[in-house]
Design a protein around this ligand. Sequence first.
Ligand code: GLU
Length: 399
Amino acid sequence: MMKLSKKIIDIEPSSTVILGQKARELISSGKEVIQLGEGEPDFNTPDHIIEASYKAMKRGETKYTNVAGTQELRNEIKKYLKNEHQLIYQEDQIVVGNGGKQLIFNALLASIDPEDEVIIPTPYWVSYPQIVNFAGGKSILANCTESNDFKISPKLLEKLINKKTLWLILNSPGNPTGSVYSKQELHDLAIVLRNHTNVNIICDDIYSKIIYGNEKFFTLAEVAPDLIDRILIINGLSKAYAMTGWRIGYAAGNLSLIKAMIKLQGQSTTNASSVSQAAALAALTGDMKFLDDWNEKYRQRRDLTFNILKKSFPDFNIKPMGAFYHFINCEYYLGKNFKNKKIHNDMDFCKYLLEYFGISVVPGTAFGCNGYFRLCYAKSETDLQIACKKINQFVSLIK
Ligand code: GLU
């Protein structure tokens, strides 16, 4: 057996990625599976973006680019952050990478020393604690309750900060809960953060464009501009533009951190794909009308699935305000039996749902919150309808 490092043995594989893979394998082996596990839009990347990438290839943009990304793309991201959030960054404060995840990875690896602590509100996106662990830091999980819409309160934040705290990770709209921090809530968190100059903040804004109703998205730096030097913004094209496979994310922040992230990226993957960068440029400069249409579709799908599933889950109360996930309390069914098998926990619940009904969802445990499961509703209405009916049928057989 090949020797493996303690570091790699100590981290868990990504459960969202594994479930996505498992569902794809089952589908290719001929099984009927509806994939509501991995979070990605069912829409195809819009044609004008695909065409722009083709044209770029024909023009010869098939070579290395600067490690940090093409000048055109960084410049467009700079404009975007100014127009959307009134944030002023220089081009060298922006780095493009292979998806938001790589940028979070680079930021944490470039900044964490042993003993450094990272505050992560729970439920969290599966990769945060694992990356912190890999970087040699310590995750401090902030237990956020459903009664507070799964958001961290200023009081809890204050309680968890100490001299070792290096980062707080904020994710709004949140994965897996869809919670959105209001301007006031960010303002209140900023009051705490101002008093602790050792704390930096990662704002994972990857779902910023997927938001419903009257809710408006704010990122911390626009609410608290005085903290901008301690904030790292993470965003990307994957979710909003249905470009998960193109792998384009970006980060904007403190110059010395961005330089360190570029140094690390230069020693690992070099630049993000040149072709994908051309596509991202087209996405950011082209017609964005489709984003509203898609959001409206997500909203309808959210309501459709909520209305069907509400009948079976008595503690399913929150309609997400952003992103495209339901985080559903399934505690009512735990400890009971399905086909004479005990459902011990949310993992058993999800396992039987996949094995017997071909529906793939992610157990809450993967997000640090037992007794729930996450369902991605960025799928066709037909699939959602069938899937929800099957979920209801499954739970009706639990005794
Ligand atoms: N972010 C998505 C999810 O939570 C995609 C998979 C991943 O990178 O974790 O499902």
